[in-house]
Design a protein around this ligand. Sequence first.
Ligand code: UDX
Length: 428
Amino acid sequence: MKIAVIGLGYVGITTALFFHHFHYDVIGVDIDSKKITQLCSGKLPIYEPELEALLQKQLTKPSLTFTMDIKQAIKKANILFITVGTPSNKDGSANLSHVKEVAQSIGRYQNGDKIVVVKSTVPVHTCEKVRDWIIQSQTQPYAVEVVSNPEFLREGTALYDAMHPDRIIIGAENAQAAEVVKSLYSSLNAPILITRLRTAELIKYTANAFLALKISYINEIARLCDTLGVDVDEVAEGIGLDQRIGRSFLKAGIGWGGSCFPKDVSSLWHLFKSKQIQSKIIPALVDVNETQVDYYIKQLEKRLHGVNGKTISILGIAFKPNTDDTRDSPAIRVIQKLHRKQALLKVYDPIVFKHHQLSIPATICQTMDEVFNNSDCIFLLTDWNEFIQLDWNAYIHLMRTPFIIDGRNALDGPSLQQMGYMYYGIGK
Ligand code: UDX
């Protein structure tokens, strides 16, 4: 069986290397020539730990190739994975233009029966549309089965998540096609749930919105903890031990961001609206997340007696550690809001600025000395290990006001206070 993976973002690259690891012939396809050149020379166009070494190892075999030639890839492969992006439209709905283009190419170049597997996160009923788009573009009436197989890969741990999934979801209207896709995962020891197409599509959105809800919930509880003198991390520990709740995604902090949660939550919300069902929960979890940044800024203003003219140093701009992704990162919103309040901003991130040039109203620092020098506040926004392990004692003398806002509740507040820092962590 030959697999084509169309769309080489972090999901597509991980999917391609994952199947090749399990001895399938894989062709990776993308329209971006730079990306293909990089991949062919063993370089990863994204920062994703472990993946580059695996890519280099696998490229030594001819059974893994990368190409821009979608026509040949479609002709050669029997199973076609769609892994292109589905960014948000202005109204919050998912933009399906890339998915549609790929579907039309599949129809146009189809030379035999194919199974098309949609891994991109798409609204309910999209897979049915994909089938229609393919058939409408066909030059001959070949058989095509569309299967939904949503991904649950976290950036930063994508390879680990692919190899150790909690579950595999396969949505299909054709039992045989579902079995073929199921067989692709036979090397894994994970529960496999086979559902209808539309169910699989909804499972993905429901999962991501539920995780975002957990975070927003603990973040709201954290605000209450601030007024009660209760430690939110202990509350999370206490409720997390209940197996019905679980400990994960209960880390209070600046809020959720990234390439998935914001767009998936707004796409689910849009789905509710399009069916004229009023969601009470989705707007609430979005509202908590959006106002969380304002809540932190208020804490900062209270302690510094305003931020106008004050120097604030931001530690971390990625939406979470171990990624160079800044899409919908809360750190960017913090920077923009503080800039509007006339704060002077510096920023340091161990990875992001090595890969990207960002247009932000902040001075980019290269060293910790620059970060701390004459600063009125260190605002930690990404819990990179480098910050958690930092010798904070060595820098306190450089600061104008030794104040730390820990936007991820990642630091040891009491020891920082012993060193002489003022420390604020939400609900601590
Ligand atoms: C997410 C889903 O986890 C994954 O299954 C899906 O396929 C893609 O979207 P990802 O976007 O990589 O993955 O990030 P994730 O690790 O889930 O974190 C999302 C955001 O929530 C980050 O901004 C993170 O910092 C924040 N977060 C997470 C918290 O604030 N608290 C937590 O307890 C967990």
